[in-house]
Design a protein around this ligand. Structure first.
Ligand SMILES: *Cc1c(COP(=O)(O)O)cnc(C)c1O
Length: 399
């Protein structure tokens, strides 16, 4: 054995956290870190939220797992609540984002199959997309760094440039089944898709009989200040994948669809052992209790503005470190002028956690429960980190 017993697939920071409290993570040595990474947009309500802890522990004392051979009341309830709050009529629960996408892709293909068009199975996606790490979702994402070495790319995915709607239109053929897009690209570098573009995609889908699939795994569940990011554009999809924030840290995901889009997903054609288990459903319902509370999302919008304006000030002060601020809601990106990994390290030295993304961006994804005081504290730390890095770069250049 060389090194650790674990696959070397992750480059981990030399930090181990013992527990969390709201927006804070505390190491095994008692050092406190302000968590603006949020487990990559997962800890939507921070750490150890009392309502989530009691939902999980109460369910844990009752029953953990029964399988989808039986009724699961929490699943039925969460499904109904998601349907009430969205465009959807039907929900399938999964354990992860990639599985939610797999279900979305299969739902789109089955729709055309049962409508007499088995030849329509291709899906158009966009450069910079990230849809997960299964064989189908790396093909959908289309990024060479994730496809290399894993054999032939799963057939049926065509990619066009980011926000290139003309190219998407040209890519439509008699074999196209659907268009798949993140309303706000996460891993790709916090790139919001313009409202006009989402509307044009909706029109293209109408014209050509295609299904529109939104991947809201990262931008959904209140992250942008609406329950789902596409609400800002006033456009609804036929199918949507959700995960990350919906479990508040408990692994779960969901694929939502209209009755029409889900027409092919009949008994036995798809399944899961763990998806929709009682523990996940208890936590998912508890997350919705909080996020759907009156005024909660309005407060997210207000805090997001406070953070974004503060960040714009820091970017003005340190243009050689931070070029620009992008994103919406509490899904913000520092477009870095210095390498984003260096900026990330400089912030970590200030005990502030963030997450690197593509396009030399550093993501800030604080819990939706972050306080004003914590936002001010984070801005102070980002400013100190940027100053430290600017000084270090100047010192190196003077040598
Ligand atoms: C994280 C992510 C996924 C994959 O989710 P996993 O739970 O890691 O499988 C898919 N799509 C988007 C937009 C994501 O951010």
């Amino acid at each position: 054995m060389s090194g650790s017993a674990l696959f070397e697939t992750f480059t981990r920071a030399p930090l181990a956290f013992d527990h969390g409290e709201g927006t804070w993570l505390v190491t095994d040595k008692g050092e406190r870190y302000l968590d603006f990474g949020g487990g990559v947009a997962v800890n939507s309500l921070g750490h150890s939220h009392p309502h989530l802890v009691s939902a999980l522990t109460e369910q844990a004392a009752k029953v953990w797992h029964v399988s989808n051979l039986y009724e699961i009341p929490g699943q039925r309830r969460l499904g109904e609540r998601l349907v009430d709050a969205t465009f959807a009529d039907k929900v399938f629960f999964t354990n992860s984002g990639a599985e939610a996408l797999e279900c979305a892709i299969k739902t789109a293909r089955r729709y055309h199959f049962v409508n007499g068009h088995p030849e329509r199975f291709r899906i158009i996606s966009f450069e910079g997309a990230f849809h997960g790490r299964t064989l189908a979702t790396i093909a959908a994402g289309g990024q060479y760094k994730y496809l290399e070495g894993f054999g032939p790319k799963v057939e049926g995915f065509d990619q066009v440039g980011f926000d290139d709607i003309d190219a998407a239109e040209k890519a439509i053929t008699s074999e196209t089944a659907a268009i798949l897009i993140e309303p706000v690209q996460g891993e790709g570098g916090i790139r919001p898709v313009p409202t006009q573009s989402l509307r044009r995609l909706r029109q293209l889908c109408e014209q050509h009989g295609l299904l529109l699939i939104f991947d809201e795994v990262q931008c959904g569940i209140g992250r942008t200040g609406k329950l789902f990011a596409h609400e800002w554009a006033g456009v609804t999809p036929d199918i949507m994948a959700v995960a990350k924030g919906i479990g508040g840290g408990f692994p779960m995901g969901a694929c939502l669809a209209t009755d029409e889009a889900a027409v092919g997903m009949t008994a036995g054609v798809h399944g899961t052992t763990f998806g929709g288990n009682p523990l996940a459903m208890a936590v998912g319902n508890a997350v919705l209790d909080v996020v759907l509370e009156d005024g909660f999302l309005e407060d997210v919008q207000r805090k997001a503005l406070l953070l974004k304006q503060g960040l714009a000030g820091v970017a003005d002060e340190f243009p050689d470190i931070i070029e620009d601020i992008r994103g919406t809601g509490l899904m913000l990106g520092l477009k870095c002028a210095a390498p984003n990994t260096k900026v990330n390290m400089a912030l970590r030295d200030q005990h502030l956690l963030a997450v690197p993304a593509g396009d030399n961006v550093l993501r800030l994804l604080p819990p939706l429960t972050v306080t004003d005081a914590e936002i001010h504290e984070a801005l102070d730390r980002i400013r100190a980190g940027a100053r430290g890095l600017a000084d270090a770069i100047a010192a190196a250049a003077a040598k």
